[in-house]
Design a protein around this ligand. Structure first.
Ligand code: DGY
Length: 325
């Protein structure tokens, strides 16, 4: 039987690749960097299926350049704003993603950022390593308490919900802004659904959990930072472009908020000018889902989605849900 021809744009955990090995002829991009557009166009050509990353821009030229045999694009991520889903749908190509399994891991990273910002952990670490710690000091690295404070969740989907639930031990008052009511948060945490304006004005911690869409692009900009408390901590583990990064840099520079923890950037992997020089921001290299176990589960799910689609079955996590399979 002819094996399906599959291209994987970067090495992912072996467990996923093993699942595909039996039914597919696999080619994996061998370099540890993103493909250039030219490479992408060349390497997708003639493939039945693709496993792609959120850093691969799968636009109409890539989709059409692959050829009429392309059946499935399996994104190794929960987000899929890197793929032109409308174009894929037009061509009846299945687009799949890996939601759910990474929610807890991403929520944990967002909490790690929050605690690091609140208690200035990275600055203290550098200070201690540099031999500057000369003994207990009543005024050394004073930060913010989290316990009993007000937590504002923007976007109460899977990851936002997990992030909020982790606040239980900190006995926080939870506010959320979302298109839909979240009964889990209301029942478990007595969370209140509020407007974005109310959330920004009343929260001590603001954590962003919306996907990047036309509606959420630059959702948080100069006006929104101006509404936040001066003591507020802002966390973004969703997508960089939901925040107008120059406005964030300005808010941090002028101490309009206490600090920020970021896992994602507007022009990833580039940082906004001035961001890396600020001491009130903690920066992570988009490692929200980066635990060994979760990345393996993502690899298995991406492979299962791809395999199902290639066999003409409906994949578990189909993004273009309207397609009849
Ligand atoms: C996703 O899956 O969208 C995450 O950002 C990956 O860490």
């Amino acid at each position: 039987m002819k094996k399906f021809n599959v291209f994987v744009t970067r090495k992912i955990p072996e467990v996923g690749l093993d699942l595909l090995g039996k039914v597919c002829k696999l080619e994996i991009y061998p370099h540890n960097r993103s493909l250039t557009k030219k490479e992408l166009l060349k390497l997708v050509h003639g493939r039945d299926g693709l496993i792609t990353l959120l850093s691969d821009k799968i636009d109409s030229s890539v989709i059409n350049g692959a050829g009429p045999q392309l059946k499935v694009i399996s994104n190794y991520a929960a987000g899929f704003e890197n793929i032109d889903v409308a174009e894929a749908t037009k061509r009846k190509i299945l687009v799949t993603n890996t939601p759910g399994i990474l929610s807890k891991t991403t929520a944990e990273l967002a909490w790690a950022l929050l605690l690091a910002v609140a208690r200035r952990i990275p600055q203290g670490d550098v200070f201690t390593r540099d031999g500057k710690f000369k003994g207990w000091d009543p005024l050394l690295f004073l930060g913010q308490d989290i316990y009993g404070k007000t937590l504002g969740i923007i976007g109460a989907g899977k990851i936002g919900t997990e992030f909020a639930l982790l606040s239980k031990g900190y006995k926080m008052d939870v506010l959320y802004s979302s298109r839909h009511r979240n009964l889990t948060l209301e029942k478990e945490l007595f969370a209140q659904k509020v407007t974005l304006d109310q959330l920004l004005r009343h929260s001590d911690v603001i954590s962003l959990h919306v996907p990047l869409t036309k509606e959420t692009f630059h959702l948080i900009g100069r006006k929104e930072f101006a509404k936040m408390k001066r003591s507020a901590i802002f966390i973004n583990s969703s997508r960089g472009a939901v925040v107008e990064e120059t406005a964030l840099v300005e808010a941090l520079k002028k101490n309009k908020i206490f600090g920020a923890g970021l896992d994602v950037y507007e022009k990833e992997p580039q940082l906004a000018p001035g961001l890396k020089n600020l001491s009130n921001v903690v920066l992570a290299p988009h490692t929200g889902s980066a635990s060994q176990a979760t990345r393996e589960k993502m690899a298995i799910l991406a492979a299962q989605n791809l395999r199902a689609g290639l066999r003409g079955e409906r994949p578990q996590h189909l993004v273009n849900k309207g397609l009849i399979v």
